[in-house]
Design a protein around this ligand. Structure first.
Ligand SMILES: [Ca+2]
Ligand SMILES: [Ca+2]
Ligand SMILES: [Ca+2]
Length: 636
């Protein structure tokens, strides 16, 4: 069958830095990203950096001086990174300011002559002036400065580089030139929360980024490996940062929540690397691209004997992502290895995992590259159970024999859509004084539910001349739909016959009703049908008493639960019948439908159903039998 192009799935593929890595292991602890600190004095100034053994916490404190003489006295002291500041008096440090940057990182500024704090603090914002305050003795003016992680002073680094520090306390000590020039207004803001190296040559990165000029649009993220942008280092576009981050939305009034990134890429050689992460300024707005962080990451090597493989495509579908690739274990190259997927996180980090079965489909290209393995090592399947929105899928090949571990073989992104129902109107056909309407529909926000379908005859919804008919819920099995939208399952079809006593040409409009926000009701299609003479004689309108019943009554009406929200209503066959007319009266009144079977499936959770049924033959029809029947429990 044909699917309209609007139902095509969203394709979002992460390309490898190089060719996909074949062999590598999992592991590598978290590396908490430091803020990208800037020097605490004015842009363009060069100050000496000095220290001595026993200097403050962990010997990593730095005293900055501006020569000649006491040029530093009264100079602005600037924040090294954004954060929340507090000031206090310390007997050694005098007037002090501490800025909390989050993630355990704080900067300290001591001996200030004056303090001026206006939280929250931006990079380059003045927090006071340089002085020589202290409660113990007399000192010359300088700026005592520390970068602390969880209370322990770290080697001072600006723009991601540890600065040289001397011990002479003269103008001969090494100088640092400040690049604390502030960022252009309107440039993206954000934070790299966490970066991890994964066995198999992957890097996983999380955080958020937002362009303040367009706070309701996602912003792009680029990363460069082992060098900044423009240095010739390999770069990668990680696409739009559009994961849900309600905390960002709460902190920045007027912004939407879709500013998170939870992404990654493959093809990184084992060893220590530096990742440069950039927020990309939205085209046509003020500002420029911004280095959000420069982060060390260690990618572990992979044990010998681990499976080789590559996940090479992912495609978003409703409530699922289709994934493909190949893998095999060199220790048992003919065997099919198992593939596992983890959603929005690496294995072992609490992310949801599922088995995708074994990689056993034909991939002649794999046999060509690895003749000993043969061709049957492909997989082409789906990761199901995805909520609407962006997802990152981590794929692993499971070690089958001998040495080795379970390497990551792919990090893929795919977006499960959200919004209005999708579907298709397959047919509107003449059924002899009746119209048969068939198709399918799914609401991506509630993909496991059968949607309500409405038809309008002779005009669209809202047209006063149109006749509206509720066709009930789309719960008929349609394996073809499940194939395209594996997360939605097959129960999304509808195939309903409605009475249409007016012979001749009619136009039928069919709508899927949105089951869960966001989204609107959707016109699945409209088709013209020419209704002909009834194939079985139609008696007077079925709701009216029948004077000349020529068939017996329908008997022994029963109802049994099929599933949580489906019931089958059955009755005893009436001798001589050719069809039945059936109408559900309660819990919600439905149109009369025709069937040649002695049962009808009804989408409902109700415990009782009121139904009207009559038998029909060439000669006429039997009396309408109305019964309220109790729904029996599902048999086990
Ligand atoms: Ca901007
Ligand atoms: Ca092995
Ligand atoms: Ca919806």
């Amino acid at each position: 069958m044909a699917y309209p192009s609007t139902f095509r799935t969203v394709l979002a593929v992460i390309l490898g830095f190089l060719v996909a890595s074949a062999v590598l292991p999992t592991g590598g602890g978290p590396v908490w990203a430091a803020p990208l600190f800037k020097a605490p004095f004015q842009c363009g100034q060069s100050w000496t950096a000095s220290t001595y053994v026993g200097h403050s916490n962990n010997n990593n404190a730095v005293d900055f001086n501006l020569y000649p003489g006491q040029s530093d006295l009264g100079q602005p002291a600037l924040a090294s990174a954004p954060g929340t500041a507090r000031s206090f008096w310390d007997n050694l440090g005098g007037n002090m300011v501490e800025i909390d940057h989050g993630g355990g990182w704080k900067t300290w500024y001591a001996h200030l002559a004056t303090v001026s704090i206006n939280n929250p603090i931006d990079t380059g914002e003045q927090i006071g002036t340089v002085g020589n305050t202290t409660g113990s003795g007399s000192i010359s003016p300088h700026l005592h400065y520390e970068q602390r992680l969880n209370g322990v002073a770290q080697p001072v680094a600006f723009d991601g580089q540890v600065i040289p520090v001397g011990t002479s306390y003269t103008s001969n000590d090494p100088k640092t030139t400040s690049t604390n020039c502030g960022v252009a207004p309107g440039s993206p803001i954000g934070h790299v929360d966490d970066v991890r190296g994964l066995t198999g040559g992957g890097v996983w990165i999380r955080g958020w980024v937002m362009d303040p000029d367009v706070k309701t649009q996602p912003t792009s993220l680029h990363v460069y490996l082992d060098g900044p942008a423009g240095s010739g280092a390999p770069g990668k576009n990680l696409g739009l940062a559009s994961f849900d981050r309600p905390d960002v939305a709460a902190a920045y009034p007027g912004s939407s929540a879709d500013h998170g990134f939870n992404s990654g890429f493959m093809g990184v050689a084992p060893g220590n690397h530096t990742l440069y992460v950039y927020g990309i300024n939205v085209d046509g707005t003020a500002g420029s691209n911004v280095l959000l962080g420069q982060v060390a990451v260690s990618v572990p090597g992979t044990a010998a004997g681990s499976p080789l493989g590559n996940g090479d495509a992912a495609t978003g579908a409703i409530a699922a992502s289709k994934v493909a690739g190949w893998a095999f274990d060199p220790d048992t190259p003919q065997a099919a290895v198992e593939i596992h997927a983890y959603v929005d996180g690496a294995a072992g980090t609490g992310a949801r995992g599922l088995s995708l079965g074994r990689a056993s489909t034909s991939r002649p290209d794999v046999a060509k590259a690895y003749p000993a393995a043969g061709p049957n090592h492909g997989f082409d399947t789906a990761v199901t159970g995805l909520s609407p929105g962006p997802h990152t899928i981590f794929l692993y090949a499971i070690n089958a024999a001998g040495g080795g571990e379970n390497p990551l073989i792919g990090i893929m992104t795919a977006t499960s859509p959200s919004g209005s129902p999708v579907g298709f109107l397959d047919g509107v056909r003449d059924s002899g004084a009746a119209i048969r309407i068939s198709g399918w529909a799914v609401d991506p926000d509630l993909a496991t539910k059968g949607l309500e379908i409405h038809a309008y005859v002779n005009g669209p919804a809202g047209d006063s001349k149109a006749r509206g008919v509720n066709l009930g819920h789309a719960t008929v099995s349609r394996p073809d739909v499940a194939k395209v939208h594996p997360g939605a399952g097959p129960a999304h079809g509808f195939d309903v016959t409605i009475e249409e006593p007016a012979l001749g040409t009619h136009v039928v409009y069919v709508y899927a009703i949105d089951a869960k926000a966001p989204g609107n009701n959707v016109l699945l299609g409209s088709k013209t049908v020419t209704v002909t003479e009834p194939k079985v004689p139609v008696a007077p309108p079925v709701d009216q008493p029948t004077s000349s019943a020529s068939l017996g009554s329908v008997q022994r009406l029963r109802a049994k639960r099929l599933g949580r929200s489906a019931v089958v209503v059955r009755w005893q066959h009436v001798p001589g019948h050719t069809a039945y007319r059936v109408r559900i009266l309660k819990p919600s009144k439905r149109a009369w439908v025709s069937t040649t079977r002695n049962h009808l499936r009804v989408a409902t959770k109700a415990k009782r159903i009121r139904v009207a049924v009559r038998a029909v033959s060439q000669a006429g029809q039997g009396p309408v039998v109305r019964r309220t029947v109790r729904v029996a429990a599902r048999s086990r």
